[in-house]
Design a protein around this ligand. Structure first.
Ligand SMILES: Nc1ncnc2c1ncn2[C@@H]1O[C@H](COP(=O)(O)OP(=O)(O)OP(=O)(O)O)[C@@H](O)[C@H]1O
Length: 279
């Protein structure tokens, strides 16, 4: 497998503020990688540097084998960017916008197929200004993928989506990844990171505080489980590393345990622990 993104010792300072304080990252080709972290952690700065839109102060970076600070048009055509800001060609129709963007790339995808993939076929002839917020985000995604990018940057892609649209969007991202597109996702939705990402990195105060799969990051897989049940009207709970053993023990003494559940820390619990105490 090839490395799509390699970052070593990345630093970026704004006047009076270190935004990125020495970050290392490796993103493999075909992987969905999520960058998590609180507001102001340095995610956008990092991503903008990787996109070639911002200068760094120090560090080594390779994105698709090229340093973004010295990359040209040909490299740019190999990446796709879906920004937080909505598209602003409000008087064009959806189909016109996507076709127009396709014209910027040497080997674009078929615009109609892209519109279909993002679920906008029924609105293809609608003017952009008449789209709902969620539909506009889908158009943003269409514009990000019409160039058939090898690497796609997605910044908060599902903000404003209804639950059904989110699920459809996740299915689209999985399809893109299955086609071999590498995806760098920035999100504040931990369930989204859990549903989509092969690996996640948590950034706080400009540094990576943990990196791993959603299931194992921060020792999540080794964390104690909570066994909770009801006895004579009272809710009882115990934290244990061996929940099966505990349940076996409990069930020996009587019949069915009422309202029995085994809880493990969610990705959100682990994330909050990892960034705990930070602003
Ligand atoms: N152009 C800029 N000039 C000065 N300071 C900046 C600039 N851009 C960002 N910062 C500061 O750098 C820090 C990191 O910001 P950044 O936007 O990278 O964080 P983020 O993790 O993307 O946050 P969010 O989740 O809110 O988007 C913040 O303290 C921010 O105020």
């Amino acid at each position: 497998m090839t490395t799509a993104v390699q970052v070593r010792g990345l630093r970026k300072e704004y006047p009076g503020r270190v935004a990125v304080a020495g970050i290392d990252l490796d993103i493999e080709g075909g992987e969905i990688f999520a960058l998590l972290g609180p507001n102001g952690a340095g995610k956008t700065t990092t991503v903008e540097i990787l996109e070639g839109h911002r200068r760094r102060d120090a560090g080594e970076i390779q994105v698709l084998g090229t340093d973004p600070a010295h990359a040209g048009q040909r490299w740019r055509a190999r990446i796709g960017i879906v920004l937080q800001t909505a598209t602003d060609a409000a008087e064009l129709t959806v189909a016109e916008s996507v076709r127009h963007f396709a014209g910027y790339y040497p080997t674009p995808r078929d615009p109609d197929e892209v519109i279909d993939r993002v679920g906008l076929t029924a609105r293809a002839k609608a003017r952009v200004r008449t789209l709902s917020g969620g539909q506009r985000r889908r158009l943003d995604v269409a514009l990000g993928i019409v160039g058939d990018p090898e690497l796609l940057f997605l910044d908060e892609p599902t903000t404003g989506f209804d639950p059904e649209a989110r699920r459809q969007f996740w299915a689209l991202i999985r399809l893109l990844a299955a086609d071999g597109t590498t995806i760098l996702l920035t999100t504040h939705y931990l369930d989204e990171a859990e549903a989509l990402a092969d690996r996640v990195a948590v950034i706080a105060d400009g540094s990576v505080v943990a990196q791993g799969t959603p299931a194992t990051i921060g020792g999540r897989d080794r964390a104690l489980a909570t066994v909770r049940w009801r006895e004579q009207g009272a809710v009882l709970e115990r934290r244990t590393s061996t929940p099966t053993e505990l349940i076996r023990e409990l069930s020996r003494t009587g019949g069915e345990l009422a309202d029995l559940i085994v809880l493990r820390p969610s990705l959100e619990d682990t994330y909050l622990d990892l960034i705990g105490g930070r602003p």
